[in-house]
Design a binder for this molecule. Structure first.
Ligand code: SAH
Ligand code: DHB
Ligand code: MG
Length: 221
């Protein structure tokens, strides 16, 4: 088994299940041209997020980690009439590119981009008495995932569905000698999630064009 094969299989599945979308292709091209890192979810993962949010009937979606708005677009397209998505991003350049990309995809009017450190923005949303979110996607700096879990739960209601990206890191989470702060952050997140009584959780490994990684999926009780 190799990354090359996983990528080929992803290409095949994408050709079967993801319709060609010029605006999403532009999103990737423009983000890359602006020097943003190419670490967005794959098209197949974007579609999974879209299907999950739509199935959850999510009217209010929270995303932590916008980048160029690629996953944001997939999620925003799951919103019903009157729905809204709030996405949190630290880097002004990323937020600016995301804004352009979202406008081009026709979902700009559905999305609020809040620029700043997400832990602070989450605290602000709590303070503002923001209505609970129906679906949350956690995908920013791995060091702060445990804090994002706490923040997301404060902004949830029973039944809220939460997905967290990158929870396996090529199996790095099992390496007892790892000093990578991202790996340590994910490990802390996973143990906190496992001990969290307010959720019912699972995690699945994934392979594909993004290598070997995984998603945690949990529901607020
Ligand atoms: N969800 C995106 C990818 C996000 S990449 C997609 O799949 O399309 C992670 C993003 O989190 C980057 O844009 C990075 O700038 C941002 N980020 C990193 N640290 C952050 C922080 N402390 N607060 C908010 N955003 C942060
Ligand atoms: C990285 C971040 C991500 O969210 C991702 O999906 C892949 C890689 C990174 O920071 O390297
Ligand atoms: Mg990710």
């Amino acid at each position: 088994m190799s990354e090359e094969l996983w990528s080929k299989v992803d290409q095949h599945l994408e050709s079967l299940f993801v319709s060609k979308d010029p605006s999403l292709e532009s999103n990737l091209r423009e983000s890359q041209a602006a020097g943003l890192p190419s670490i967005q979810v794959s098209a197949l993962q974007g579609k999974l997020l879209n299907l999950l949010a739509a199935t959850a009937g999510a009217k209010r979606i929270l995303e932590i980690g916008t980048l160029g708005g690629y996953s944001t677009t997939w999620l925003a397209r799951a919103l019903p009439k009157g729905g809204r998505l709030v996405t949190l991003e630290f880097e002004p350049l990323h937020a600016r590119k995301a804004r352009e990309n979202l406008e081009r995809s026709g979902v700009g009017n559905l999305v609020d981009i809040r620029v700043g450190p997400a832990l602070e923005t989450l605290a602000t949303l709590v303070r503002e008495g923001s209505a609970p979110f129906d679906f949350v996607f956690i995908d920013a700096d791995k060091e702060n995932y445990a804090g994002y879990l706490t923040g997301a739960l404060k902004l949830s209601r029973p039944g809220t569905l939460i997905v967290a990206d990158n929870v396996v890191r090529s199996g790095g989470i099992l390496d007892p000698l790892s000093t990578d702060p991202r790996v340590l952050g994910i490990r802390k997140f996973l143990s906190k999630l496992a001990a969290e009584k307010r959720v019912d959780a699972t995690a699945i490994q994934t392979v594909g064009s993004k290598g070997h990684d995984g998603l945690a999926v949990f529901r607020v009780l």
